[in-house]
Design a protein around this ligand. Sequence first.
Ligand code: PMP
Length: 305
Amino acid sequence: MAKIETLAWLDGDILPVQEIRVSPLAHSLHYGTGVFEGIRCYAQEAGGGGLFRLQDHLARFFDSARILGYEIPYSAEELTRAAREVLRRNAMDTAYVRPLAWLGEGQMGVAGGANPVHVMIAVWHWGAYLGEEGMRRGIRVHISSYERSTANASAQRAKITGQYVTSFMAKREARALGLDESLLLDRDGYLSEASGENLFIVLRGVLCTAPDASPILHGITRDTVLLLAGDLGIPVRLERFARGALYAAEEAFLTGTAAEVTPIREVGGRALKASPGPVTSAIQETYLALVRGKGARAAQWITRV
Ligand code: PMP
């Protein structure tokens, strides 16, 4: 990615990203105790930018900090104003928006102390996360040799920076193999999710994804897709499934704010029956129209910049 030369919001001020300095003694830099979000802002059909499901992302942001044991020192209203201001000041209608909170300088032990909580919101242009061709034709994935952590080893429903070490290694593993993405099994051998996306399969016409109790991030795109599938009359099942179901599936795709709805073309060298298949195409098309303001659900989910 090119150097990001934009204005960011930091603890109440708008500053050029290049001028922001973070202490090398910031607690979170050492122990992975930051929390973050990824939100997309889309140019709306009606003009101007619109943040998709901002309030749901902020709710997860607050939850992530709370799960870790600290509070974000700003309200949802303040962070909403901050996100809109950053987009306006950068004159961006289309952007990826990254809120990040971290524990700053203070006590250096693992538990920290009364270290200040810093919050920043940065924005950048981010095209198709898994590539334009991936969006059109589908991506090539494999089942990672890394495993998703267990329920009591971390808190998968939180977006905690330190938890992304496994994702980092899994994604690097995929890249080293010339693939686009890694799927991670859970401890019991069921498919959980990808390094930064949730996984769906279509098996005998039914759309399946791992249930909420699985060790997965409760993706906001996953939730959107489940609701859109209902609108489109596609049967849905929240159920654990193992690799056999994935190999037998008619279609498979990944969902995420960055990845949107990305079809999977191949798993571990095996071609899926269809990529993109009809269910994936219908969901992808409906999703990409919704985020730009089309459809009955748009008004409730889009915050105009
Ligand atoms: N799983 C993981 C591990 C992720 O990092 C992400 C991206 N935030 C997702 C799933 C998808 O979540 P969302 O749809 O809320 O972006």
